[in-house]
Design a protein around this ligand. Structure first.
Ligand code: S3P
Length: 436
């Protein structure tokens, strides 16, 4: 067994009990930084996600001349430079592991009158960027990419950009947001249309910052020349991070956990719908709206699960939750089928391949399909040495598998949880009771 300094050993848990405020939402923090940087004047981001991915977006805008400070409460105060105030950075911009940083910045930089190079880590440099390069090229930006598809991206913006209509073949909030951001710099109405509705934080937050959008189903139109207004952004807790504690609590007998302040935006809550189809009701207490986003406290208690069929239509609403749903499915009665999930192959790692190989090492009955997974349950899991492949959501999903397994599980490359959930191991320790 190889245990390195970046490995974590997971012991089986008795149950999880208590309350947790999961970390702030990653998608909303990225957007708050971008919109605040482009607004004229000071904005405050209340409870930003302080984790590697969002730090990359903050650092990118610092290098574009935006000043940011952290106040005593940990909020970020961002002094926006206005739509036309960004400056050419001295060096290339490093986006780390963050697809959201690279793809949304591509939209912003397409409208700037200077050239910038965007770099990524090994994982990000393998992910497809043609999905954002093609639309901004059509709008008149010049973009060079490795093999026309991969980072580094060298972007020479144009102002104004040419307004256009873009039909994206993938339902992707990152593509939609890139086009809408570029659309702010275009000479007319830019329209983006996607096959299924992806998360709509950009639309909600742009509207809250004074931008008029024309939303018709999965088509969104934006008129160029509008300005984002500075404001206070309050970031709810991230349902995609809460997901690990939701599934762990469902699977461990005797568990009862209250997850507070969790964003339950209907374009993100597919996990809760799937859990309902698996026979579980997760109670949404104290439902409210903060900063245009629906929030609730989620009460999760242990429950038996039955298998489910997950179809392509719902995929954008739970795209980041498939690895943890796969763990849940190993314990569900019957055959779970997940279809239309080919996008998982181009996330931080190939999550369909890695869910299959790693959960199999733990005894799961799981098969990989070109666009999904087939999982037969319930199967008792056995501790094993498994690899996250430096993918944060794989590391946390495997940790949950380790909690329900017999014996010890070693997760290699476990530090990557810092990408979205730096307090994950501490929070797990706080809520778990050991097997006695
Ligand atoms: C995100 C959108 C999703 C998601 C990612 C964050 C965003 O990606 O997987 O973790 O913040 O817009 P796609 O929109 O590319 O599917």
């Amino acid at each position: 067994m190889t245990v390195t300094t970046t490995s974590r050993i997971i012991h089986p848990a008795g149950n999880l009990k208590g309350e947790l405020i999961p970390p702030p939402d990653k998608s909303i923090t990225h957007r708050a930084v971008i919109f605040a940087s482009l607004a004229s004047g000071p904005s405050r981001v209340v409870r930003p996600l302080i984790a590697d991915d969002c730090e990359r977006t903050a650092e990118a805008f610092r290098s574009l001349g935006v000043s940011m400070e952290t106040d005593r409460r940990g909020d970020w105060i961002i002094l926006g430079k206005g739509m036309n105030g960004l400056e050419r950075p001295a060096e290339s911009v490093y986006c780390g592991n963050s697809g959201t940083t690279m793809r949304l910045l591509t939209g912003v930089l397409s409208g700037q009158p200077f050239e910038v190079t965007l770099m990524g880590d090994a994982s990000l440099s393998r992910r497809p960027m043609d999905r954002v390069v093609l639309p901004v090229r059509q709008m008149g930006a010049q973009v060079r990419a490795q093999d026309n598809k991969f980072a580094p991206l060298v972007i020479q913006g144009k102002r104004p950009l040419d307004a256009m209509e873009w039909k994206t073949p993938v339902a992707s909030a990152q593509v939609k947001s890139c086009v809408l951001l570029a659309g702010l710099y275009a000479d007319g109405v830019t329209v983006v249309e996607e096959p299924y509705q992806s998360r709509d934080h950009t639309e909600r937050m742009m509207s809250a910052a004074g931008i008029q959008l024309d939303i018709q189903g999965t088509r969104v139109g934006i008129r160029g020349g509008q300005s984002l207004q500075p404001r206070e952004w309050v970031v709810p807790s991230d349902l995609s991070s809460a997901a690990f504690f939701i599934v762990a609590s469902l699977l461990l007998p005797g568990s009862e956990v209250l997850l507070r302040n969790v964003g339950v935006n209907p374009t993100r809550d597919g996990l809760l719908e799937v859990m309902q189809q698996m026979g579980v009701l997760i109670k949404r207490n104290d439902q409210r709206v903060i900063g245009g986003e629906p929030i609730a406290d989620l009460l999760v208690t242990h429950s038996p699960l039955k298998s489910v069929k997950i179809e392509p239509e719902i995929m954008p609403r739970l795209i980041d939750e498939i690895p943890i749903i796969a763990v849940a499915a190993t314990q569900a009665e019957g055959i779970t089928e997940i279809r239309g999930a080919q996008e998982l192959r181009v996330k931080e790692s190939d999550r369909l391949a890695h869910c299959t190989t790693e959960l199999r090492k733990m005894g799961a009955h799981i098969e990989e399909r070109p666009d999904g997974l087939v999982i037969e349950g319930p199967t008792p899991l056995i501790g094993a040495t498994v690899n996250s492949f430096e993918d944060h959501r794989m590391a946390m999903s495997l940790a949950v598998a380790g909690l329900i397994a017999r014996g010890e599980t070693v997760i290699q490359n476990a530090d990557c949880v810092d990408i979205s959930f730096p307090t994950f191991w501490d929070d797990l320790e706080k809520l778990r009771n050991r097997v006695v």
